[in-house]
Write a protein that binds this ligand. Structure first.
Ligand code: ES4
Ligand code: ZN
Length: 326
């Protein structure tokens, strides 16, 4: 198997990264202190001990309350900046970063505070960390379609700070079609579209069909379950649609990295990529995910190079820049 050093050094694009999922225990404590918020823990070890989950519900129950420490524009800047610093040490050159505005506006933080902090950090990332970063605004699918629509309207004056929109949080009972109208409006405004199709869903094949045929997404987050339907594999392959897979995250949600499924899809010509999802919570950043994936599957160096190349190919970077990366 390829060495960790080789995998770290490979230039990579990170296409599936929730910035709120990069909140490390030490930064959480520092922000809590700075804002005078009592989070109930006082040491890194105590905070780390709360980062324990076995499925999506138990994860989200830690993830959303943690965000209370994010209050000022500088807090959002510092969170994203800390992620970029870490990503730079893992060979990341390009980031298309998810953020969840509703997780903040629903607790009284202004939309502008959130997007301006993240956007300023993304702008500075080139100079500070040699990373080209842009933002993807995610809607929380367990909130109403009206709330998503309202969030999109709040975002439109900030349109130039956004690359695209996504859909995350709890998929159960919240199918893609619930958000068809708001995604259509996002597309009219020139935004790229992606949606999560999680690996642990009941009607996953139907959801994947909806995101392709009805929503006409430009990428799919996870989507690994296309392996259940050969016709869907062919459709995704022929469309050149990127899948943003997250092995270490998968192992928390289902006890299975789905690494063999991802490698098989790679060998079948599907544009799969490997990403980190919520690295502060799932125990590893992107190079760690590449390593875990390679160890689990015995993937060759050439497979790993293909994954890294795909990450730039299915990224939403401008055509000229894409050529430089590939
Ligand atoms: C998430 Cl692992 C996961 N699943 C769904 N939504 C999310 N948001 C952040 N991480
Ligand atoms: Zn995700």
């Amino acid at each position: 198997t390829p060495s960790e050093q080789f995998l770290t050094g490979l230039p990579k694009a990170e296409l599936h990264l929730h910035v709120e999922g990069t909140l490390e225990p030490d930064l959480k404590l520092r922000l809590a202190q700075r804002n005078g918020i009592d989070i109930g823990q006082h040491t890194v070890e105590e905070v780390q001990a709360t980062y324990q989950f076995h499925d999506l519900a138990s994860f989200l129950a830690v993830y959303y309350p943690a965000m209370n420490v994010l209050v000022t524009e500088q807090d959002f800047y510092d969170l994203a900046d800390a992620y970029f610093a870490k990503a730079a040490t893992q060979g990341v050159r390009r980031v298309e970063m998810f953020f969840d505005p509703q997780a903040h506006t629903s607790r009284g933080i202004d939309f502008a505070t959130v997007i301006d902090g993240y956007s300023r950090a993304a702008y500075d990332a080139e100079q500070r960390h040699g990373i080209d970063a842009e933002l993807i605004m995610c809607f929380l699918r367990d909130h109403s379609a009206e709330s998503a629509r309202d969030t999109l309207e709040q975002a439109l004056p900030h349109r130039h700070k956004l690359l695209g929109v996504g859909l995350d949080s709890d998929e159960r009972g919240n199918p893609p079609e619930k958000f068809a109208a708001v995604f259509a409006r996002a597309r009219e405004n020139g935004l790229k579209l992606t949606m999560h199709c999680d690996i642990d869903q009941d009607n996953t094949v139907e959801h994947i069909r909806q995101v392709i045929d009805d929503i006409q997404v430009d990428r799919i987050d996870h989507g690994t379950n296309i392996v259940e339907d050969p016709a869907l594999v062919k459709k995704v392959r022929d469309a050149g649609l990127g899948l943003t897979c997250c092995p270490m995250s998968n192992s928390f949600v289902t006890d299975d990295m789905k690494a063999h499924e991802i490698l098989n899809l790679l060998h079948e010509g599907v544009k799969v990529t490997v990403n980190s999802d919520d690295p502060a919570y799932f125990g590893g950043y992107i190079a760690d995910n590449y390593s875990a994936f390679a160890r689990a599957t015995g993937a060759s160096s050439s497979d790993m190079v293909d994954l890294a190349r795909h990450s730039f190919e299915v990224s939403w970077v401008s055509a000229e820049k894409k050529e430089e990366y590939i």
